[in-house]
Ligand binder design. Structure first.
Ligand SMILES: C[S@@+](CC[C@H](N)C(=O)[O-])C[C@H]1O[C@@H](n2cnc3c(N)ncnc32)[C@H](O)[C@@H]1O
Length: 199
C-alpha cells in the first residue's frame, strides 16, 4: 500500500513485477492517480487498486490489510503529520499495517519549505511517539540513491540530487502491549542510524 502515491508509479511497478502482490495506491488528490489508473488499465493489470482519499479519512475496513506500507516524498498534511508525529496522520497510517508488517518512508523536508528540518536524528527523537501507535523504529538514516531509485518517485526527480532525503523503516508491533503508554528508546530497539553522515 503506497500512501501519498501521486501518479501511482511505485504501485504500478510492484503490481507489474510481482503478480502475486495486490498493491493499492492511496492519494488525497485524484489528479495524478487518474493517470496511474489509466496506465494500469492499458497494461491490463488487475492486481492493483487506486483509492482517492486523505489518509486522515481512511475507512476502518482497511485496518491491518497491508503487509507493507510505503510513503515516498509526501507533502502537505501527510508530511506535516509524519514529521510532527501527529496522531491524525500516524494513527491511520499505523492502522493500515498488518501486525508484523512494515512501514517504509522517504522524507525530504527543510525549514525553508516551512516544515521541520527532517533528519535521521529528528525521526529518532520521535521514536516514542511512533511507538505509541505500534510503529517501532528499525532504521533511520540518510537515503542513498538506490532507495530513491527504488521508490520510482516522479517527484524526487523534481527535487534534484542535492536535496537531503531521509529513509526510515518501522515494524508494526504484533501485540497491542505498550501502545500509547509504552515509551521506547532507540538503544532498546537496536536502531541503526548513521547520524555522522551528512543528512
Ligand atoms: C510530492 S507528491 C509525491 C508523490 C509520489 N509518492 C512520488 O514520490 O512521486 C506528495 C503526494 O502526497 C499527497 N498527499 C498529501 N497529503 C495527503 C494526505 N493527507 N493523504 C493522502 N495523500 C496526501 C499529495 O496529494 C501528493 O500526491
Amino acid at each position: 500500500m503506497d500512501v501519498g502515491a501521486g501518479d501511482g508509479g511505485y504501485v504500478f511497478h510492484r503490481a507489474r513485477t510481482e503478480p502475486e502482490t495486490f498493491a493499492i495506491a492511496i492519494d488525497a488528490s485524484p489528479d495524478a492517480l487518474v493517470s496511474g489508473a489509466w496506465r494500469a488499465k492499458r497494461a491490463g493489470l488487475t492486481n492493483l487498486a487506486f483509492l482517492v482519499e486523505g489518509v486522515e479519512r481512511l475507512p476502518q475496513e482497511l485496518a491491518g490489510v497491508a503487509n507493507e506500507v510505503t510513503i515516498h516524498f509526501p507533502w502537505g498534511s501527510l508530511l506535516r503529520g509524519l514529521s510532527a508525529a501527529d496522531p491524525t496522520v500516524l494513527s491511520p497510517v499505523a492502522m493500515l499495517v498488518k501486525p508484523g508488517g512494515t512501514l517504509r518512508v522517504l522524507l525530504s523536508a527543510t525549514e525553508r519549505d516551512g516544515y521541520a528540518d527532517v533528519s535521521p536524528g529528528w525521526l529518532i527523537r520521535l521514536t516514542a511517539d511512533y511507538a505509541a501507535f505500534g510503529l517501532d523504529l528499525d532504521q533511520a538514516r540518510p537515503a542513498d540513491p538506490s532507495d530513491v531509485a527504488k521508490s520510482r518517485s516522479a517527484w524526487s526527480k523534481r527535487l534534484g540530487p542535492a536535496r537531503p532525503v531521509v529513509f526510515a523503516r518501522y515494524s508494526r508491533r504484533s501485540s497491542r502491549r505498550g501502545l500509547i503508554s509504552g515509551g521506547t528508546s532507540p538503544a532498546r530497539h537496536g536502531i541503526q542510524s548513521t547520524l555522522n553522515r551528512p543528512s
